[in-house]
Design a protein. Structure first.
Length: 316
């Protein structure tokens, strides 16, 4: 498993939303099966930090993975660990009632970050053809960090099936954003309440699909594309050499982005960016996934969609 650290494991079902990481199984697992196969059954605890002379370092604590005794992060005194089994339990009613099929779950950086991603079932309200042969499906992602760098996140993300690209919703409301739950003493009950957000997803997904279709109808030229890439990746106008500029321009012409009905369009431009940040940018798959779901490329993915809308739909 190239790019995965020694204590990490990833489970993928058939054709996953994020590939090249982990083992593949043929059928969607239950929550307990996914936790077991992805080696996520371990727990964490907080322990005080001490100096070499025995004095307590400060009022914070170390988050320690109990099975390996590795320190995953240093956190404040109010941080309450949320165990993997408790965090993922929000998926139980979704999976048991066949609302969601788990497609991937796993950890990054020896367990510092964990996630579970499932495909939302529901027919036409959660699957959309943008152009013929180009389908986008709705997924629900739950992620957590044990290093104190982010709160629990639960939310919806579209995935473009033809190239397994994680996309963004077009409407910035509660359903499209990953809903953050602060690590505190009531964090477990907060996570359990997040299932109510499922009711908000269908309408927003349909609206997002209409935006994608509108972008597919908007033809752009080379100057439009170059300006778009420079905005998204903050490339100065006088900078002629840039990996992002070169790679995204090339991706604009690849086979997934030249399907009939989308070639040369704003939709192709947006997907050229998502191709790059999903599959090319970064040192390896682990760092790429970390950036896309937890780091700067999550913000860049949203910026890419917002910029496409501003340039080619709002300006029209």
């Amino acid at each position: 498993m190239h790019g995965i650290m020694e204590d990490d494991q990833v489970v993928l079902v058939k054709t996953p939303a994020w590939h090249k990481l982990g083992i593949v199984v043929n059928e969607p697992p239950t929550i307990n099966e996914a936790i077991q196969m992805a080696n996520l059954g371990w727990e964490v605890e907080t322990q005080p930090l001490f100096l070499g002379d025995g004095r307590q370092a400060y009022d914070g604590n170390a988050v320690v993975r109990k099975d390996t005794n590795k320190i995953l992060g240093v956190v404040g005194p109010k941080f309450t660990p949320l165990q993997n089994t408790d965090a993922f339990s929000v998926y139980n009613p979704l999976v048991e009632n066949k609302l969601v099929n788990i497609e991937t779950c796993g950890s990054l950086f020896n367990g510092r970050k964990v996630w579970i991603l499932g495909k939302v079932n529901g027919g036409t309200t959660h699957t959309a053809d943008i152009v013929q042969g180009d389908t986008v499906e709705l997924y629900v992602l739950l992620s957590n960090t044990h290093d104190g760098t982010a709160a629990v996140r639960f939310g919806f993300t579209p995935v473009r099936v033809v190239c397994n690209n994680t996309l963004k919703m077009s409407i910035n409301n509660a359903a499209s954003k990953l809903i953050r739950v602060i690590h505190s003493t009531n964090v477990k009950s907060n996570v359990e309440n997040l299932r109510d957000v499922m009711n908000m997803a269908a309408g927003e997904f349909i609206a997002s699909a209409e935006v994608y279709r509108s972008l597919a109808k908007k033809q752009i030229n080379a100057a439009d594309l170059a300006k778009y890439i420079r905005i998204v990746f903050d490339i100065a106008d006088d900078k002629t050499k840039s990996k992002a500029l070169t790679e995204v321009t090339a991706a604009f012409e690849n086979k997934e982005n030249t399907l009939p009905g989308m070639k040369g369009s704003g939709w192709a431009a947006y997907n050229a960016v998502t191709d790059y940040i999903n599959h090319t940018q970064g040192r390896n798959e682990e760092n790429r996934l970390n950036s896309l779901w937890f780091g700067i490329n999550s913000q860049r993915n949203q910026l890419a969609l917002d910029t496409a809308v501003d340039m080619w739909l709002k300006a029209a």
